[in-house]
Design a protein around this ligand. Structure first.
Ligand code: SF4
Length: 400
């Protein structure tokens, strides 16, 4: 039996844990102790007891995807009548609605659609920046960047440079799942990005001056040791570049997926969050995933290492497709933060504090339900798509 008391003292003393220490703590430390240690590390980094959140909108510009990850309930194959691409005008409308409730950015991610070339993204980003110069684009997870690199036959750094020139501000850490290739093969996501490829996109992004986030989706086929291997790979890259602003972990949502199975429990979530806070000693910010865990476990996360409540959201499509549809607007997020004994502050993607809750400054409509990418039954095809070459047979047919 490992000496948990000695390992706890090591964390309390501020020493770095190694992979063996982390596995012993994760497997054997009592949950309250794991929480106390994570809270201690959180308090060292954030002694002022501020918990932040961001008002932004999570928009999925297309659900058409060739990657076909078996844990994903969101995608539709090429040619599916349920496939969609959002038009530039639809995206402008979503930005207008986001700005109306105090939002500052779009989190823009989507499927690997072979019929959207790099120029579509560049034109979209430029058009958004022209209309909304100070609005931020937190867009395109590493597998999407790799997809664009393959589609355009340009190296990843060149794709990143072109996207930055068009208006990209930062990259979200999606598509990481578990950064272990054995797991990625089993989840059918090895082809979209190996562990090394995912990390390499982030390395290039950081070198190009972008800040990014990092994520982990656990609870599918991985072992505890593989979850920790994921965390140690992130810690090593953060040592190298310092480019990650935050880490977010969430549990796999099984409904309507090919992989199926059951969802990890709330306790598993809190233990995983806590060990992440202890291992990722070079990450300043850890988000609570209330979107997958619900508001109550999301609030508890603040005692297990999280210092941020993530996004107010406004819109969500991916997690909802797999069965979770929690909604908290700004007032509800702030209520949860304050009830846990913290001060709530709005932030941007760089974690700069923007101010106090906006609903206390002016009238903001209550939001009791998250929006979707498209209204049900809307099968419209954006006008501008005809200007972009399609790669798939069905895409070519639709554009002739
Ligand atoms: S997780 Fe992303 S890449 Fe994988 S199938 Fe879903 S949309 Fe495509």
């Amino acid at each position: 039996m490992p000496n948990i008391t000695a390992l706890a003292d090591k964390v309390r003393a501020g020493a770095r844990v190694d992979a063996g220490d982390a596995l012993d703590l994760y497997r054997h430390a009592p949950t309250p102790l794991l929480g106390q240690l994570a809270d201690l590390v959180r308090a060292r980094k954030h002694p002022e007891r501020i918990v932040t959140y961001i008002i932004d909108r999570n928009v999925n510009y297309t659900n058409v995807c060739v990657a076909k990850c078996n844990f994903c309930a969101f995608y539709r194959p090429v040619g599916s009548p349920e496939g969609y691409v959002l038009g530039f005008d639809e995206l402008f409308r979503k930005i207008d609605e986001t700005i109306a409730v105090g939002g500052v950015q779009l989190l823009l991610q989507g499927g690997h659609n072979p019929d959207l070339p790099l120029t579509w993204y560049e034109d979209l980003f430029r058009a958004i920046k022209e209309r909304y110069p100070s609005f931020k684009l937190h867009a395109l997870s590493p597998p999407e960047v790799i997809h664009l690199s393959r589609l355009s036959q340009l190296p990843v750094p060149a794709v990143i440079a072109r996207l930055i020139a068009a208006g990209l501000d930062s990259i979200p850490g999606g598509g990481a799942e578990i950064l272990v290739d054995r797991v990625r093969r089993l989840l059918h996501c090895y082809g979209k990005a190996t562990a090394d490829e995912w990390l390499d996109v982030m390395r290039h992004a950081h070198r190009a001056g972008l800040r990014t986030t990092a994520t982990m989706m656990y609870g599918t086929v991985e072992t505890e040791a593989e979850r920790l291997e994921h965390l140690f790979r992130l810690r090593a890259l953060q040592d190298e570049t310092g480019g990650f602003t935050a880490f977010i972990t969430w549990s796999y949502q099984p409904d309507h997926t090919e992989l199926a199975g059951s969802e990890a429990t709330g306790l598993d979530y809190l233990r995983t969050l806590a060990i992440a806070r202890i291992v990722l000693d070079n990450f300043d910010n850890l988000q609570a995933s209330w979107v997958t865990q619900g508001g109550k476990v999301g609030q508890l996360s603040l005692a297990y290492g999280a210092n941020d409540m993530g996004s107010v959201m406004i819109e969500e499509n991916v997690v909802r497709a797999a069965g979770a549809s929690y909604c908290m607007d700004e007032a509800e997020i702030v209520r949860n933060i304050e009830d846990a004994g913290f001060t709530a502050k709005r932030r941007n993607m760089h974690y700069d504090i923007l101010g106090d809750p906006i609903f206390r400054e002016r009238e903001v409509p209550r939001m009791l339900e998250l929006a979707t990418a498209r209204a049900e039954g809307d099968t419209s095809v954006p006008q501008e798509l005809r200007f972009y070459p399609a790669r798939s047979r069905s895409g070519k047919d639709a554009r002739t």
